[in-house]
Design a protein around this ligand. Sequence first.
Ligand code: FES
Length: 576
Amino acid sequence: MAKKTPALRSVRWFGRDDIYGFIYRSWVKNRGVPQDQFDGRPVIGICNTYSELVPCNSHFRTLAEHVKAGILEAGGFPLEFPVMSLGETLLRPTAMLYRNLASMDVEESIRANPLDGVVLLVGCDKTTPSLLMGAASVDLPTIAVSGGPMLSGKYRGTDIGSGTNTWSMSEDLRAGRITLDEFHEAESCMHRSHGHCMTMGTASTMASMVEALGVGMPGNAAIPAVDARRNVLARMAGRRIVELVKEKVSLSKILTRQAFENAIRVNAAIGGSTNAVIHLIAIAKRIGVKLKLEDWDRLGRGVHTLVNLMPSGKYLMEDMFYAGGLPVVLRELGEAGLLHKDALTVNGRSIWQNNQDARCWNRDVIHTQKKPFKKNTGIAVLRGNLCPDGAIIKPSAATPKLLKHRGRAVVFENIEDFHQRIDDPELDIDERSIMVLKNCGPKGYPGMAEVGNMPLPPKVLKKGITDMVRISDARMSGTAYGTVVLHASPEAAAGGVLALVENGDEIELDVAKRRLELLVSKKELAIRKAKWRAPKPPLERGYWRLYFDHVLQAHEGADLDFLVGRSGPFVPRDNH
Ligand code: FES
């Protein structure tokens, strides 16, 4: 006897002839949906992060319409729904505090509704991991569609990039190299179209991760937000998700160990954001792939940065698209034996089938593996008494001669202390000092803010120095640069050794040996530890309290401990 194919989830809502069928169908019909839409066709959720409070996702209503058209063309039934959206620029204290909350919204919204598959509309930094984390815990067929980068910023005849030139121009202003009027003018020139940051910051990195993981359509990373081809990609994703449901390709068939390993290598090749480390570990833990901090170091070794994009280089995402986009990078990695070629992608083909014929149209933007833009630049994972559970540094964005450095600590107890003292001409600091910032990790901030790339003191800047070694338990914007050690784990607020550093302590950084040591005796550290007091929760109630009590450390992905793993796409009880 032929095995009966299990019905789609949505049939358990819409395919019934009892009172529940009436309830589930009748209210949906209130906007003019005809009866034939309830004939058992795949119901596809479009998970939309549109919000006027998230400027990078402000075109997502249009994008959703194109996904919808694709779903209808393929015979599916689209139902769009909003979820919590996270914008990097407006949310305080940091969008990262809310990544896990948004992921809960996504997970529960998908599972509680009559959906058979889902298209995730992602753009601004945290919208990509939060939606992927939530979707991974449900494990339905899923395609992510990124909103695409903004057009290049244009200022007085030069290209300027989101974030990267914000940092550099703010340092120029503080050093007196540009006027306030020029600073204001640049604001209008930098972000002049829909889309997310157009440097290889976290949003572009995560859009590249989507493509490298195979959970996005080919070309997902680089098509500008306002290019018609972005809408075509959305439409094709809409068509494809219907097939993916019919083929029963759930997200866990795409997000395999091989897919994550491909993504880690792609991150090295694009000079991608350090934030990808935390996000990919968190997504992997949701879907059930054991990804560790060391995997980043191991897999990134021997991978060169091929892409000459800010913050590591000079071009922007628009240039990358015209040069051939991420497919060129994937082909280079594949030809160098650095890609799991068989990894399945959402279009039904392997990553290699999708990219083996990619062509490059500008080798100054995307270099070859033989003549890379920068050599051996995978993310380095450091260990030592200052970070027994690890810390990371992005060598491609650092000053090579500072990668081995010994200096005297100048300590800031928190970000307010930093802001209060950094401009003080009396501050005892020079370019050989190592700036140490505490209490900016997951619990400490709370939410692990992007403050690790501390601006340099004016007295050092005025000498023409542009980089110093900086160490913290914070994150750094993907658009930022410098010799910046991040994600020190355990963080200061969780009692890590970072909490015990004092002004004048010697610290030794040796990236080649993957070491970060506080040169203070164990005995002295024990005395300091005895005096240390754990901080109180920043708020006694609400989500902040939940987060403080349950957040994991950076090396574990900074998810909430009870969200790790997946509960699957089970259909909950009837609601009446
Ligand atoms: Fe949204 Fe940079 S601020 S991607």
